[in-house]
Ligand binder design. Structure first.
Ligand code: 523
Length: 130
């Protein structure tokens, strides 16, 4: 069986990347991630991403491009990432997170990313350095 996809957004605004601190479940709480979540039946990855970012952060966004690569999560799940443009709203930690930070290009190591998000963030940083 193929792995289930979890989508995440590298949300950029004025050159800074949004990092979100998870509030649950216990084993992930306190660690930072690129916000996102699982696809619902019938959704495209881009639709799922726009929905998740609206629910979790209260913002309208537009996926820009897929970040090349795919990163393993818990067994049966893989993470795929898109760069995302903020269209409207100021992100707030409404659901699943208890803090947000905007990281400048030299601040990407300043938060304790989830292990599985680290390679994704490195790929995002490589893309934006081009
Ligand atoms: N991750 C992860 N990194 C990351 C995301 C968005 C998700 O490691 N950037 C993991 C955490 C969970 C799984 O992927 O084990 C699903 O993410 P979650 O819980 O954010 O997905 P939701 O919001 O769809 O979850 P439900 O509450 O279960 O619907």
């Amino acid at each position: 069986m193929s792995d289930r996809v979890v989508v995440a957004g590298a949300v950029y605004d004025r050159g800074r990347l949004l990092a979100a601190r998870r509030s649950a479940p216990e084993e992930l709480a306190g660690r930072w991630e690129l916000p996102g979540g699982k696809l619902e039946p019938g959704e495209s990855p881009e639709q799922a991403l726009v929905r998740e970012l609206r629910e979790e952060l209260g913002v309208e966004t537009e996926p820009v491009e897929r970040v090349p690569g795919e990163w393993p999560l818990k067994p049966g799940y893989v993470l795929r990432v898109w760069t995302v443009r903020l269209l409207s709203g100021e992100p707030r930690p409404l659901e699943d997170h208890d803090a947000l930070r905007w990281l400048g290009p030299h601040e990407l190591d300043d938060v304790d990313w989830l292990d599985q998000d680290r390679p994704a963030v490195a790929a995002v940083a490589g893309l934006s350095a081009e």
